[in-house]
Write a protein that binds this ligand. Structure first.
Ligand code: 3HC
Length: 277
């Protein structure tokens, strides 16, 4: 099986890493060679750490080929999209993928909260479009949601499910509803946490300690939003709010202000916390 990954940011690089680790030929696309090389460096680093820690025997980074050109996906069996979390760029990409990919290739989106059906609607073959929603950090989080859009075929759904298993994940099946399963619950919950910061006049560190030590979370909500990316969380939150109109879904003003100020969390070096770069 040959897998394509479009966008090698945090999520895309993590997905490409899983594919390489699973021994699959992988084509990764970024907009510049430099960004592609940066992702390859990250993938090599994490896989080398796994070898050092005896979690895997070896890996073959030669399985990963980099490109800036979408036509390099022509021979892929499955292409997973992990680009910016906005509907129009995704729809444009899927229309392009439909043109360049084999007719039997499955086209998957890693969208967090956009409608897979609306993305699929940009193609004339929506039956081969499916959601494959990984969680951040993709190499460490065991879950992948396999999302059935209105017109997804059983064949495409089955291929995506099997690929999820092949990548070592625990797939769950769901339908194309806003936020699918986990984000439908997690995003308003994280929004509540951020609102509590102001309401209870508690510091991010104390709120995080509260949820870790009082609710058993593996990391605190502020650390988690910093990891996910403030901008990614705001986009997902806006998408849920647009569809469901529940006040808890709307992104808290504090997060919108942080996103506008470029405080995006770990990836920008500063969010609720500061990170060495
Ligand atoms: N690939 C492989 N290994 C990686 C890695 C990667 N991309 N990133 C980090 N690691 C490695 C680190 O290198 C580290 O090993 P090393 O220090 O020996 O080199 C190892 O993983 C463990 O790192 P940590 O000590 O940080 O690991 P923890 O045991 O603390 O667990 C965690 C980290 C799994 C992230 C845990 O804190 C956790 O489960 N947090 C919650 C994450 C979560 O909820 N994610 C979901 C977010 S919501 C989402 O993604 C949806 C989206 O649509 C918005």
């Amino acid at each position: 099986m040959k897998v394509g990954v479009v966008g090698l940011g945090t999520m895309g690089a993590g997905i490409a890493q899983l594919a390489v680790e699973a021994g699959l030929e992988t084509v990764g696309r970024e907009v510049t060679d430099e960004l592609g090389e940066k992702a390859r460096g990250r993938i090599e680093h994490f896989l080398s750490r796994k070898v050092e820690k005896s979690q895997i025997d070896s890996f073959d980074i030669g399985l990963l080929s980099l490109t800036t050109d979408v036509s390099a996906f022509a021979e892929c069996d499955v292409v997973i999209e992990a680009i910016v979390e906005e509907l129009e760029p995704k729809r444009k990409l899927f229309a392009e993928l439909e043109r360049v990919c084999r007719a039997d290739a499955v086209l998957a989106t890693n969208t967090s909260a956009l409608s897979v059906t609306e993305i699929a609607g940009a193609t004339s073959t929506p039956e081969r479009v499916v959601g494959m929603h990984f969680f951040n950090p993709a190499p460490l989080m065991p879950l992948v949601e396999i999302v059935r859009a209105e017109r997804t075929s059983d064949g495409a759904f089955g291929t995506a499910y099997a690929l999820g298993e092949r990548l070592g994940k625990h797939p769950i099946r769901c339908h194309d509803t806003p936020g699918f399963v986990v984000n439908r619950i997690l995003i308003p919950l994280l929004n509540d946490c951020v609102r509590v910061l102001d309401e209870a006049r508690v510091t991010p560190a104390d709120l995080d300690a509260g949820m870790k030590h009082g609710a058993g979370w593996p990391m605190g909500p502020c650390e988690l939003v910093d990891l996910v990316g403030i901008d990614v969380h705001v986009h997902a939150s806006e998408a849920l709010w647009e569809k469901l109109r529940e006040p808890r879904m709307a992104p808290p003003a504090r997060l919108v202000a942080m996103a506008n100020a470029g405080l995006l969390g770990r990836k920008s070096g500063r969010g609720f916390y500061e990170y060495g770069r």
